[in-house]
Design a protein around this ligand. Structure first.
Ligand code: MSP
Length: 509
């Protein structure tokens, strides 16, 4: 096994069922996890649910359930995303699990023993939807400065974390680790927030019982964000399984939405520094989806259900759409017309057509048999160069989490191969018996372009890629492929007979 790669999604609140925004982060993480497995990494991919806190408690009460009952019901909807969206997470963590209690207690005690946690009294405001604390000065027009919703007054005894002490260490850390917060625009936002000064953070609640109790702090439960963030440690064996923990920690990347960046880029590294644990290598904040131009909300009734849209359009199609349509890091709009357009133009017309015309010509001109290739001419060589460039570009783009660009790179192969067919005109070559060898080389070159494009696109569209490899009669599956070994040109064995057609990307009328 090669180098380790540890990737996480946020853990999702169980007060509500999953929507397309949740599916988006999980799919993006899955694409990266699959790609890193292809490049030979020893990947650990974690997702899960955030089950404590006031928000979940309230939602349960409204439905006449205990918080645990609500969590047990809703968690299945999140766990069900794994098969439904073809997600390859290695573990699914629930914050209500015993292993997580042990981990949170351990981390809490570390900071307590180090003198970074003390008992005091909290007086200020609380935003329940965001589970965040605010001072008088921070409120905007009396509302939460983050989401604009109502806040509630709080006055209670509380344990505090000495966040103020970490202002300098955090600023130094951002300076020394320039790619810790991505994209760059977000990085500047966080640095200004920290530079303005940090207040100590309330770390426990006495007015709530649904949470992890403070060790030796009767009546107090631990602040839900301290609890939630610690999942990233629990998932890789903290504190007892040192072997797994030292193998995967620090995480290579926490993928999150832009609304929860402060928790991940400020609080989280501070908690870890306090406990003497190395912070994660990268936090990447993606944008938000609107639907048909509007904010997604229950009251508008426009919440997109990931189960429904994948049922309707296909899992790979939705995975492709979400990562192709919008640069990762920016906001985007989910509309049915945009999904249909991507499916018909990029998938059916470009990729699907390349596959079909190639199989069709192979059957008509060469009895469906993979031909032998002769020495490449200049035109062939240009296509081979396009392929090599795309393989290299995809690596750089995936390293930077530029998913849409990686897909554009794969499509550069598809486009070049379609054009190569037009230019070499196999239908003309087929009319001249003495050009049979040349015809073979041309079709071989196209088949190889298809095979390599398929491997590169497989993290995004795993089911389709598997189907295409079967059509090309490739032994084994995507799992046995490795980049760069499998993306070398010339691996298709001559003589194998292929089918005359394959509809892997049906058009939507
Ligand atoms: N439980 C916390 C995360 C704790 S991580 C240690 C939480 N949960 S959440 O369920 O409210 O949100 C989970 C993720 O969904 C967040 O990253 C959030 O940005 C994302 N999204 C929620 N709505 C979204 C869209 N409309 N579009 C894209 N992502 C969205 O926050």
């Amino acid at each position: 096994m090669g180098k380790q790669f540890y990737i996480t999604t946020p853990i999702y609140y169980v007060n509500d069922i999953p929507h397309i925004g949740h599916a988006y982060t999980t799919i993006a993480a899955d694409v990266l996890a699959r790609y890193r497995r292809l490049t030979g990494h020893d990947v650990f991919f974690l997702t899960g649910t955030d089950e404590h806190g006031e928000k979940v408690h309230r939602s349960a009460t409204q439905q006449g359930l205990s918080p645990k009952e609500l969590a047990d019901r809703v968690v299945t909807r999140f766990q069900g995303l794994t098969p439904a969206l073809k997600i390859t997470n290695n573990d699914f963590i629930r914050t209500s699990e015993a292993r997580h209690y042990a981990s949170v207690h351990h981390l809490f005690r570390k900071s307590l023993e180090g003198g970074d946690i003390y008992l005091g009294e909290y007086e200020g405001w609380y935003c329940t939807p965001d589970e965040s604390y605010w001072t008088d000065l921070q409120l905007v027009g009396g509302k939460c400065p983050e989401c604009g919703r109502d806040v509630e007054k709080r006055k209670e005894p509380s344990y505090f974390f000495r966040l103020s002490k970490y202002q300098r260490p955090l600023l130094d850390f951002y300076e020394e680790n320039r790619t810790f917060i991505q994209p760059d625009s977000r990085r500047n936002e966080v640095i200004s927030f920290v530079a303005e000064g940090l207040n100590d953070l309330s770390l426990s609640r006495t007015s709530l019982s649904w949470g992890i109790p403070v060790p030796d702090g009767p009546g107090h439960v631990i602040y839900v964000w301290f609890d939630a963030l610690t999942n990233y440690l629990t998932g890789v064996g903290y504190p007892d399984d040192n072997e797994t923990f030292s193998r995967y920690w620090p995480a290579d990347v926490h993928l999150i939405g832009k609304d929860i960046l402060r928790f991940h880029a400020v609080y989280w590294p501070a908690f870890l520094m306090s406990a003497g644990i190395e912070p994660p290598r990268k936090v990447f904040a993606h944008g938000w989806w609107t639907v048909e131009g509007q904010k997604m909300s229950k009251s508008l009734g426009n919440v997109v259900d990931p189960y429904e849209v994948t049922e309707k359009y296909g899992v790979d199609q939705i995975r492709y759409f979400l990562l192709r349509e919008v640069p990762f890091g920016l906001d985007g709009d989910f509309s049915h017309s945009a999904v249909v357009h991507r499916i018909n133009s990029d998938l059916a017309n470009d990729f699907g057509n390349l596959l079909n015309r190639t199989l069709n010509m192979l059957t008509r001109y060469l009895e469906g048999r993979i031909p032998r290739r002769e020495k490449p001419d200049d035109r062939d060589r240009r296509l081979l160069e396009t392929i090599e460039d795309a393989v290299a570009a995809v690596e750089e783009q995936m390293e930077r989490l530029e998913f849409h660009k990686a897909l554009v790179s794969v499509w550069s192969i598809v486009g070049a191969a379609n054009k190569y067919i037009d230019d070499t005109a196999p239908w003309s070559l087929a009319k001249e018996p003495e050009k049979r060898d040349r015809l073979g080389t041309v079709l071989y070159t196209v088949l190889e372009s298809l095979r390599i494009a398929t491997i590169l696109v497989s993290p995004f569209m795993p089911e389709t890629a598997e189907k295409i490899l079967q059509i090309l009669r490739q032994e084994g599956s995507i799992e046995s492929c490795r980049i760069p070994r499998s993306t070398e040109f010339g691996l298709l064995p001559e003589g194998t007979v292929l089918p005359d057609k394959a509809i892997v990307f049906p058009r939507i009328e």
